[in-house]
Write a protein that binds this ligand. Structure first.
Ligand SMILES: [Zn+2]
Ligand SMILES: [Zn+2]
Length: 130
């Protein structure tokens, strides 16, 4: 199934040719980077993503990773760990996020007290350190 997505203003458009591995991320970095209570990360191989139009802007967000965004409207687009073959697209940027489901939590012990999404899903501890 081919999925499509993009930013709020439409400058960034992408399509994904493989099935994403989707999870909730409750880490403080994703919380700040998205400005939301948690991130919904959709992991695919970098080669499975085709970009149409402008390439997303990229900034280093930690010693381990960079994050891409639309430099026109500011929409956060993706998380990329250094040296990884994968890219994590933000779930809310897909045109139809109902075509996939988060299947686990990452860092559930840091879930905000008032967040109740994904409580029934498996949980894995955060392993990134620097
Ligand atoms: Zn935009
Ligand atoms: Zn995270």
């Amino acid at each position: 199934m081919q999925r499509h997505g993009g930013c709020l203003c439409g400058q960034i458009r992408y399509s994904v040719s493989t099935e994403p591995r989707v999870h909730y991320c409750h880490c403080a970095m994703c919380r700040r980077a998205t400005g939301s209570a948690y991130a919904v990360l959709c992991w695919v191989d970098r080669t499975a993503v085709s970009w149409a139009g402008a390439a997303p802007a990229m900034r280093r967000s930690s010693p381990l990773a960079s994050r891409s965004f639309c430099d026109e409207c500011g929409t956060p687009i993706a998380l990329l760990y250094d040296g990884s073959a994968e890219i994590a697209l933000h779930g809310g940027t897909f045109d139809d996020p109902n075509t996939f489901r988060p299947t686990y939590n990452y860092g559930g012990n840091r879930r905000l007290d008032w967040v109740c999404d994904g409580m029934d899903l498996p949980d894995y501890p955060i392993t990134e350190r620097w």
